[in-house]
Design a protein around this ligand. Structure first.
Ligand code: MN
Length: 239
């Protein structure tokens, strides 16, 4: 059969060393650093046994920005940055719950990204106990760097995320401080979703989230492993 409309293109993230990674889904983890949960006024777990379940939400694959150019989004006057480790899955998960011990084998590689957030819409939704979608799953809300193969990243627990805006450090967090590490998050996701090659997982942000304004330049890095640079263009609605 012939398509009756033009098919939307698949987003492909460049891989360091060659090739590209076609994206299927984007999962995101909320409140995965205690210091960020605290700054958002959420309960902070005091032990692994006290963690409950992670908070998950999604973004559409076509929210990805590869060139760092982010037009200030419509519908908000409080766009926030959240620097995050991005995990890229290179294999389908087997049927059923994924073993934590096997979860790491699914990982193709890592990138650094921003989980851009319309904080005013999120606050309004939270205050009414409504879903967050409009605050998270919008166009251009997921700038990501190139992907680096897992073998070239090494031990994640020794790595840290740093976000600078206009040269000033806004966020810094060690991945050893994740409430749920990568295998644990993949296990928890597998209880809810079929995980497939092409899926990305944004792992949650450390403290220090704050506004991005038109003209701001951001520089996000996972130590010296991988870097994402970009800028906010356009104007704020109503400005
Ligand atoms: Mn986030």
């Amino acid at each position: 059969m012939t398509d009756v409309i033009a098919a939307a293109p698949t987003v492909r993230i460049p891989v360091r060393g060659g090739g590209s990674f076609p994206v299927r889904r984007i999962h995101c983890v909320g409140r995965n650093f205690a210091d960020h949960a605290r700054e958002m006024g959420a309960a902070v777990p005091t032990s692994a046994a006290d963690r409950g379940r992670p908070v998950f939400f999604t973004k559409p694959a076509d929210a990805i920005v590869l060139d760092g150019v982010v037009p200030y989004p419509r519908g908000t006057r409080d766009l926030h940055h959240e620097i995050e480790l991005v995990v890229a899955l290179g294999m389908d998960a087997p049927e059923g719950e994924l073993d934590i011990a096997q979860a790491g084998q699914l990982v193709f590689g890592y990138a650094v990204g921003l989980d851009l957030t319309r904080r005013d819409l999120q606050a309004a939704a939270k205050s009414k106990a409504l879903p967050w979608d409009t605050s998270k799953a919008f166009d251009h809300s997921a700038p990501v760097s190139e992907l680096v193969r897992a073998a070239d990243v090494g031990d994640l627990s020794l790595r840290a995320l740093t976000l600078r805006v206009n040269g000033e450090t806004r966020q810094h967090g060690a991945l050893s401080d994740l409430v749920w590490n990568v295998p644990e998050i993949l296990h928890e996701l597998s209880r809810l979703y079929a995980l497939r090659a092409g899926d990305l997982v944004f792992m949650g942000t450390p403290a220090g989230v704050g506004p991005l304004l038109p003209g701001d330049r951001f520089d996000a890095c996972l130590d010296d492993v991988v870097q994402l640079q970009g800028e906010i263009t356009g104007t704020m609605p109503g400005a």
